[in-house]
Design a protein around this ligand. Structure first.
Ligand code: IMP
Ligand code: MG
Length: 182
């Protein structure tokens, strides 16, 4: 990636205040829904979900264990239908209520693969919380239980979402209109 692009400021799609407001609403919903859960595990998909997950879980008050998956990243040249797990979770999830946390659902391949794996391992329940939903891009069906925002088909960065690992630390979601070369 051309380092001069780092100083381009992506234009705001969802501002910081709107993000924080929505995150609080989602945390309240999650708190209500899991009030009686015997064992709740929140599982983030690295690295994109981290910023969202931290803000969300700081506002969740029910006891929750935390773990992470890492899958192959966007645009690395592999077929999107062949999602690889780079880092597996450490916790045993049999019998637990699993809340999977993702930054964005695009084609749906990543989430489909992980959701199937979690069910196969015997989670008592599996729900998905995704900050962003690019539903017009969907190729495989993925039910989203907690959705932050529906967005149009833009390449977005910030609040965890990246371009070549840059921009993750923007406090807002911005639209990247530059060229995609890196
Ligand atoms: P999928 O196509 O639903 O499998 O999405 C896989 C991953 O692609 C997401 O978890 C993101 O990491 C990444 N991704 C999809 N759309 C965007 C985007 O607009 N900006 C940055 N990353 C994206
Ligand atoms: Mg991701």
């Amino acid at each position: 990636m051309n380092p001069t692009k780092r100083i381009e400021r992506p234009r705001v799609l969802i501002g910081e205040a709107d993000l924080q407001r929505r995150v609080s609403e989602l945390a309240q919903e999650i708190d209500r829904d899991y009030a009686d859960s015997e064992r709740l595990i929140a599982i983030g998909v690295l690295k994109g979900s981290v910023f969202f997950m931290v803000d969300l879980l700081k506002q969740v008050t029910v006891p929750v264990q935390v773990d992470f998956f890492q899958t192959t990243s966007y645009g690395d040249g592999t077929s999107p239908s062949e999602v690889r797990i780079r880092k597996d979770i450490d916790l045993l999830i049999r019998g637990a209520d699993v809340l999977l946390i993702e930054d964005i659902v695009d084609t749906g391949y990543t989430l489909r693969t992980i959701l199937d794996l979690l069910r196969y391992r015997g989670a008592a329940s599996v729900k998905l919380c995704a900050l962003l939903d690019k539903s017009t891009r969907r190729e495989v069906e993925v039910p989203i239980d907690y959705r932050g925002f529906e967005i149009e088909d833009h390449f977005v960065v910030g609040y965890g979402l990246d371009l070549a690992d840059y921009y993750r630390n923007l406090p807002y979601i911005g639209i990247y209109d530059g060229e995609m070369d890196d």
